[in-house]
Design a protein around this ligand. Structure first.
Ligand SMILES: C[S@@+](CC[C@H](N)C(=O)[O-])C[C@H]1O[C@@H](n2cnc3c(N)ncnc32)[C@H](O)[C@@H]1O
Length: 273
């Protein structure tokens, strides 16, 4: 089966897990993703309406630009993907511009430029919320024209919000189907930091998420959560009332992209009683 690819590179992207996730999703009127990331799951489902949220404001602003302007915004983004912009000096100049500009259209176009020219597509910010991923040294970064067009089309039935997961879950109602892909729990103490905007999504947040999922299921709203398969996540989701399924996925799990291993992933399914 062929799947629609997201236009952003995104750590933790669920592209390779789509079949398993789709298998478990109920039908419903609206699909809600409190941690939308690159939108891999949204792009490959077929609901009438979508509520898509993330705490990264740069991501949500870019999606709003893509949703509301197609060709003019694509041409504008493409103008940054030229050979003379693919070097360290230009990259750091654009990174600085991204961190200082108040022009949302420019900032969104630069977010896409940075995503495709930075090291491993990592989205990392410092404590002042300045993007600080280094230059990626790619020969010819790909401009995802077709992928942006697909996203534009799909986004016409979506509402994007900049919101933390609890506020998003509070907005759900019967008829919704919720899929949650939070930042992964670390596999080990030495696992490298997952560079999400949140500035930290710790065990307390994982507990809150599981409790909210249990609460929504009791109200008749099905919820699925994905995560690493560890004793802690298994126990957490069982205690909150879910059925779980574990499986192995080939992934880059350390800071070294060449270090690819099969690791355990879990899907926790919270079904209404
Ligand atoms: C694992 S990624 C989601 C990946 C997505 N499913 C995909 O296929 O690309 C987790 C996302 O959660 C967002 N995030 C982190 N903390 C959050 C929070 N407290 N509430 C909502 N979103 C959050 C991050 O910005 C990131 O985009």
């Amino acid at each position: 089966m062929s799947y629609t690819k997201p236009f952003l590179k995104w750590p933790g992207g669920k592209f390779r897990l789509l079949e398993r996730i789709n298998d478990k999703l109920d039908s419903g009127r609206r699909f809600v993703e409190p941690f939308v990331g690159s939108g891999a799951v949204f792009l490959n489902t077929n609901y009438r309406k979508y509520l898509l949220a993330d705490t990264n404001p740069d991501l949500i602003n870019l999606y709003l630009q893509v949703q509301n302007n197609k060709n003019s915004f694509i041409d504008y983004c493409k103008s940054f993907f030229i050979e003379k912009n693919n070097n360290e000096a230009r990259y750091y100049k654009f990174r600085k511009k991204f961190n200082t500009t108040t022009d949302v259209r420019l900032k969104s176009a630069l977010f896409l430029y940075l995503n495709r020219h930075c090291y491993n597509g990592l989205c990392r910010y410092n404590s002042r919320h300045e993007f600080n991923t280094p230059f990626g040294r790619y020969k010819k970064p790909y401009f995802p024209k077709k992928e942006i067009e697909n996203f534009h089309r799909a986004s016409q039935s979506a509402k994007f919000i900049h919101s933390s997961f609890i506020d998003t879950m509070k907005k759900t109602k019967k008829g919704d189907v919720v899929y949650c892909d939070p930042p992964y729990v670390p596999l080990s103490k030495t696992a490298c930091f997952t560079d999400y905007f949140s500035g930290g999504f710790g065990w307390d947040e994982q507990i809150q998420l599981a409790e909210w999922a249990g609460k929504l299921a009791k109200k008749g709203i099905p919820v699925i959560i994905s995560n690493h398969d560890t004793d802690n996540t298994r126990n957490l989701y069982h205690d909150a009332g879910a059925k779980t399924e574990g499986f192995l996925v080939r992934r880059t799990i350390s800071c070294n992209v060449n270090n690819r291993k099969k690791i355990g992933e879990i899907l926790a399914v919270f079904q209404p009683a």
